[in-house]
Design a protein. Structure first.
Lengths: 115, 113
């Protein structure tokens, strides 16, 4: 596609439910990032995929968070047993090459509200 | 984790004034990027600086990479209300690293008409 696409754009869920957030990166981009942004804050790194390498999961805040990237393209971020503190905007970005000066292209994010 | 500290966190000034925001780290980066994010949107790349001491200009915005490639600054001349947004710096490491792009927490800039 023309840009990074995320779905849904908004998600309201009840505490304790599981949610799945989807990211379609730009075709051909080998690097894919997930970030979390709380209201009025900067970006918190969650997870990074690069090609066929094992993902860097060092930013995932708890074992309730997991992510997959199937076929080196679409990625799904799953949050199990959601908590109110999970409420935030979840941003996905893709990059042609993470080495050096690769530009990250961001989607518009999924705004998650846990009630 | 390689930390990038941005300052100030918040800045509100009048239209026409000049301002500078800073991005500092104790780590060396192969390159540093500046992004601007507007409400409801994802960040959009403004510029990438690669060489120590490099200066890049984008209309009224001037970006500088420190000689040691550990810090950067963004200077805006004659700020306009359209410059309002969250400015994020991000450092990249050559040869890979644990965190991909490392982002600072950003500077919230408001330009009042």
């Amino acid at each position: 596609g023309a840009g990074v696409s995320q779905s849904p754009s908004n998600k309201v869920t009840e505490k304790g439910k599981d949610v799945e957030l989807r990211c379609d990166p730009i075709s051909g981009h080998t690097a894919l990032y997930w970030y979390r942004q709380s209201l009025g804050q900067g970006l918190e790194f969650l997870i990074y995929f690069q090609g066929n390498s094992a993902p860097d999961k060092s930013g995932l805040p708890s074992d309730r968070f997991s992510a997959e990237r199937t076929g080196g393209s679409v990625s799904t971020l799953t949050i199990q047993r959601t908590q109110q503190e999970d409420s935030a905007v979840y941003l996905c970005a893709s990059s042609l090459n993470r080495q050096g000066a690769g530009e990250a292209f961001f989607g518009q994010g999924t705004r998650l509200t846990v009630v | 984790t390689q930390l990038l500290e941005q300052s100030p966190q918040f800045l509100s000034i009048q239209e026409g004034e000049n301002l500078t925001v800073y991005c500092n780290s104790s780590s060396v980066f192969s390159s540093l990027q500046w992004y601007r994010q507007e409400p409801g949107e994802g960040p959009v790349l403004l510029v990438t600086v690669v060489t120590g001491g490099e200066v890049k200009k984008l209309k009224r915005l001037t970006f500088q990479f420190g000689d040691a490639r550990k810090d950067s600054s963004l200077h805006i001349t004659a700020a306009q209300p359209g410059d309002t947004g969250l400015y994020l710096c991000a450092g990249a490491h050559a040869g890979g690293g644990a965190d991909g792009l490392t982002f600072g927490k950003g500077t919230h800039l408001i330009i009042q008409p």
